[in-house]
Design a protein around this ligand. Structure first.
Ligand SMILES: O=P(O)(O)OC[C@H]1O[C@H](OP(=O)(O)O)[C@H](O)[C@@H]1O
Length: 343
């Protein structure tokens, strides 16, 4: 950590960071894309005469973005991809490697989401009813691909308190022509008897195959298992959490109580604590498959793919290291070919 003042950052970095923190920009893949865009905007705007100060500003931008939300690993993986490819002897070279990497990253996100959608769609049959939790663009990509294959899918959509991202899911499913029944979260078990498949996304996937996703996912998974309903997790490999390869756990974001209860309601309740964890951890034994752009995997086996993608350690190129450019570590190890095709 530097002891000198942080450089001034471009407004798009500040705006993007604020939008991620307030969840105006939300959803793991969307956050990752926004962070990469902000880094590109910062790179284009850096008023630096020398490569060292360019690198310092870019790393500061990375730290500003990194500090917004702690759980969705797509955010540091995005920073890793873009800043890890910052290379060059001159400012224009550095700028161009950052903007190119940001554009590549955005393209990879879109491609990965489309590819995993096709793979996930194969798990859905004509006439299936799915149950969703929260709003996941990766999960909806599977449903969209199934619908495009001509399958009739209907959905039971969990509201997803406290932020009600289920409303976004309901709207997008309706746009695909999928009939939707919206339910409160506590009604999920009652409706599972009508469900053929639970489809959720992920904010992070640990090396042991645990899935970190919106709070309520683990309870849904346990109930689905009890009812014999398969549950699939749709998650691009940017959701793989490299730090878990070395035994680290994933931090669960605790958000403000104001998302759960108004100030007036709270005052009426007197002296108590309100907690608002945004995510929970579903152990692999409750999950049937993790669907990625590289294939679908039993949860316990993702560690092999994770090792291929990251090696045994993950770089943190946003940290102050004194050099002008980041070291060349990427999301997919040193490769830039869209991840290993291992299944
Ligand atoms: O990347 P995609 O699949 O869009 O979203 C993945 C996950 O991100 C969301 O978190 P939040 O609403 O940002 O807290 C949900 O937990 C969702 O399952």
């Amino acid at each position: 950590m530097t002891t000198t003042a942080e450089p001034d950052l471009h407004e798009s970095v500040e705006e993007t960071a604020d939008a991620i923190a307030t969840m105006e920009t939300r959803g793991a893949a969307t956050i990752a894309a926004a962070a990469a865009d902000a880094l590109a905007a910062q790179a284009r705007a850096v008023d630096a005469d020398d490569p060292e100060s360019f690198g310092r500003t870019m790393r500061a931008a990375g730290r500003r973005l990194y500090g917004t939300r702690p759980t969705a690993v797509s955010l540091p993986n995005s920073l890793r991809y873009v800043l890890g490819r910052m290379e060059g002897e001159t400012v224009p070279e550095l700028e161009s490697t950052v903007t190119t990497a940001a554009a590549d990253f955005a393209e990879r996100l879109d491609t990965a989401q489309e590819q995993l959608g096709e793979i996930g769609a194969n798990r859905l049959r004509d006439g299936d009813t799915i149950m969703t939790h929260c709003h996941s663009t990766d999960a909806l990509s599977c449903v969209r691909a199934a619908v495009e294959q001509g399958k009739e899918i209907s959905a039971i959509v969990k509201e997803t308190r406290p932020r009600r991202q289920g409303h976004i899911t309901a709207r997008e499913l309706r746009e695909m022509g999928v009939p939707v029944v919206l339910i409160v979260d506590s009604a999920a078990r009652r409706y599972l008897d009508e469900v053929d498949h639970v489809v959720v996304g992920a904010d992070a996937i640990a090396a042991d195959g645990s899935v970190i996703n919106k709070i309520g996912t683990s309870g849904l998974a346990v109930n689905a298992r009890e009812r014999g309903v398969p549950i699939m997790v749709a998650a691009q490999t940017i959701k793989f959490h490299p730090d878990t390869l070395t035994g680290h756990t994933v931090e669960i974001e605790m958000r403000e109580e104001a998302e759960v209860i108004s100030a007036d309601e709270r005052a009426e309740l007197g002296d108590l604590t309100v907690e608002n964890p945004a995510f929970d951890v579903t152990p692999p034994r409750y999950l049937d498959a993790i669907v990625t752009e590289s294939g679908q995997f039993p949860p316990e086996s993702v560690v092999t793919l994770m090792r291929e993608l990251f090696g045994e350690s993950a770089a943190r190129p946003w940290e102050e290291s004194g050099g002008s450019g980041g070291s060349r570590h990427g999301l997919a190890g040193d490769g830039s070919e869209g991840g290993a095709k291992s299944s």
